[in-house]
Design a protein around this ligand. Structure first.
Ligand code: AMP
Ligand code: MN
Ligand code: MN
Ligand code: MN
Length: 285
């Protein structure tokens, strides 16, 4: 039987709406065999997820989605299968969260100037004391009637050139890859078809990623069309990158990115899990 891999998901440790425990239980229900929790810039949810996964018919893989600035744009790098206790990795992620804290206050100040009071407090309350993402601002703004839905609220308030947008420097690409490598893991360029980049620039990103020791391209993502999957599979081959697959699940509210609901990887690519040890036999025995 072919195993179902979902190697990109979020919990309340960042901007997902399910706790790590609830996420793992839902993954088991959805028939996922191998799950990675990849919260933005934090590994805080991993221990709880691993604990709930132990003893169930699912293999849990440690993960994180690192915010990177490359070529003046934000790019996401997923790390998989690393040691969460690694000091270099944790120091790097802590830097990013310090920037995040400042940015959240700055977004609040900017929205305040735009006659939207208390957005920082609102987003903070929705984040339950964990890191604050633009998703928390988006939920606050929608809940308070400033925009009709999540897609529109980003477009009107939270993206480049809009009142609540704050530019800034996230991690460098080579550093992010290095943190994960030092912690013994593999790196993946997340949802590569979602960056507004020319084909030439994307190819430059793939080349640089490969040069600094990056491992894989997320060929299958819920946000990729069939055509994009095909194109990214070709790119993975051309740049000698492995292929990963993940839903980018953030919660049951977004049914178009459902846990485990993924198109299989195209035949021509090599899955990132090719050389992973398999514990599935032991679990089902
Ligand atoms: P941050 O890392 O705090 O800048 O937040 C980025 C997160 O916002 C992403 O990981 C997505 O979950 C979410 N996001 C970004 N753009 C959109 C969009 N257009 N619609 C819905 N969610 C979005
Ligand atoms: Mn997110
Ligand atoms: Mn992402
Ligand atoms: Mn994600």
């Amino acid at each position: 039987m072919i195993s179902l891999y979902d190697l990109h998901s979020h919990s309340t440790a960042s901007d997902g709406t399910l706790s790590p425990a609830a996420l793992v239980n839902l993954a088991v229900e959805a028939g996922v065999d191998v799950l990675a929790l990849t919260d933005h810039d934090t590994t805080e949810g991993l221990a709880e997820a691993a604990e709930v996964a132990a003893g169930q018919a699912i293999q849990f893989v440690t993960g994180v989605e690192i915010s990177v600035t490359w070529g003046g744009q934000v790019v996401h790098i997923v790390g998989l299968g690393f040691d969460p206790d690694n000091k270099a990795l944790q120091a790097g992620l802590a830097e990013l969260r310090t920037f995040r804290d400042w940015r959240a206050e700055e977004i609040g100040r900017r929205l305040e100037k735009h006659a939207i009071p208390d957005a920082y407090e609102g987003a903070k309350a929705l984040s339950n004391g964990r890191l604050i993402s633009r998703s928390h601002f988006a939920r606050f703004l929608v809940a308070n009637g400033y925009a009709p839905d999540m897609r529109k609220v980003f477009k009107q308030f939270l993206t480049h050139g809009k009142p609540g947008h704050v530019a800034g420097e996230w991690a460098d690409l080579d550093r992010a890859v290095d943190w994960i490598k030092q912690a013994g893991g593999q790196t993946v360029i997340a949802h590569p078809a979602r960056y507004s980049m020319t084909r030439t620039k994307l190819r430059r990103l793939l080349g640089e990623f490969q040069e600094v020791g990056g491992d894989a391209l997320e060929v299958v993502s819920s946000s990729h069309s069939k055509d994009e999957i095909f194109t990214m599979a070709r790119h993975a081959k051309e740049f000698s990158l492995l292929a990963s697959a993940g839903s980018d699940f953030h919660g049951p509210e977004t049914p178009w990115a459902n846990l485990g609901r993924l198109t299989p990887l195209p035949d021509q690519v090599t899955p990132i899990w090719r050389d992973w040890p398999t514990h599935m036999a032991a679990i089902s025995a």
